[in-house]
Write a protein that binds this ligand. Structure first.
Ligand code: PAF
Length: 279
């Protein structure tokens, strides 16, 4: 595996290969887990060249403590990427990616008025900027993102459409631990006791899906899911939403198969967790 930390050296390497090889990009912020590895493996199957970036993007953090706490494990990540068949690792410094703070502001309209957009102002501006930069630097044919960040997928789909990036977005299923907890780099920051309790998010989502299947209406299901957290003081529930999985707008009833998403976010100790089920 080749490893680059400057834009120029990565571009030089890729320029000679891109004309004959399909390039798959897996953007990450590192602290890699099995979810990331499945993205790499899928990219490996579908492309000639797999490029992954490891960059903790300060512009997408609206909370400085969250940025400071974000796990950074580059050497371990590098070994995992190589073992998974990644060809190129791009691990730039903050100064390399942002020689000056970006003046550009991206606004994703109604996509960012809900859920993560509402609770993390500026987050999707930062995601959009860094993903657009990575698309320009790597010029991939395909880019791979996990469904756990469903709203991010919708935002990037819009970014691709609005800026005419010739990139195919591939949304990959959420990878879960045995007890249902969605894999996330932030899970590393949970204490042992919090980790044991963290499966509550998946249990609440499963409850919501069952109640919708039984015919309860959206308001009743959201109330039942919020109630599920009521006797669990370790959690601070931020939102439960039932939305259209593509537009992220509130759904008033169950939509066509594959279109309804139940999404939630909750704080557990110092860690903010998100998860969703699409069905
Ligand atoms: O999902 C992530 O890890 C990040 O938001 C991404 C897409 C790598 C952009 O920094």
């Amino acid at each position: 595996m080749h490893r680059f930390d400057t834009v120029t050296s990565l571009r030089q390497h890729l320029n000679s290969l891109r004309s004959t090889q399909k390039v798959g990009l897996v953007p990450t912020m590192g602290a890699l887990h099995e979810g990331h590895i499945t993205l790499i493996e899928k990219a490996r199957q579908e492309n000639d060249l797999v490029v992954s970036s490891v960059f903790v993007n300060p512009v997408q953090f609206n909370n400085p403590d969250d940025l400071a706490r974000y796990p950074r494990t580059l050497e371990e990540d590098s070994r995992k990427l190589e073992a998974a068949g990644c060809d190129v690792l791009f691990a730039p410094s903050v100064e390399e990616m942002y020689p000056a703070p970006p003046a550009l502001r991206l606004n994703f309209g109604e996509l960012e008025t809900v859920m993560e957009g509402a609770f993390r102002p500026g987050h999707f501006n930062g995601v959009g900027i860094v993903v657009a930069k990575l698309f320009n630097i790597v010029q991939p044919d395909r880019a791979y993102f996990g469904q756990k960040d469903l709203q991010q997928v919708a935002v990037i789909r819009r970014l691709i459409r609005d800026l005419s990036f010739p990139v195919e977005l591939i949304r990959c299923p959420t990878v879960r631990e045995d007890d249902g907890l969605a894999m996330s780099s932030r899970n590393r920051n949970l204490t042992t006791d919090e980790r044991r309790q963290a499966t509550t998010l998946f249990q609440a989502l499963t409850l919501g899906r069952e109640l919708l299947a039984e015919g309860y209406d959206v308001a009743q299901v959201k109330a039942a899911m919020a109630g599920f957290f009521a006797d669990k003081p370790a959690f601070r529930l931020e939102y439960v939403e039932i939305v259209n999985a593509d537009t992220l707008q509130t759904a008033s009833e169950v939509l066509a198969p594959g279109q309804t998403a139940i999404c939630l976010a909750a704080h557990l100790g110092n860690v903010r967790l998100i998860d969703n089920l699409v069905f």
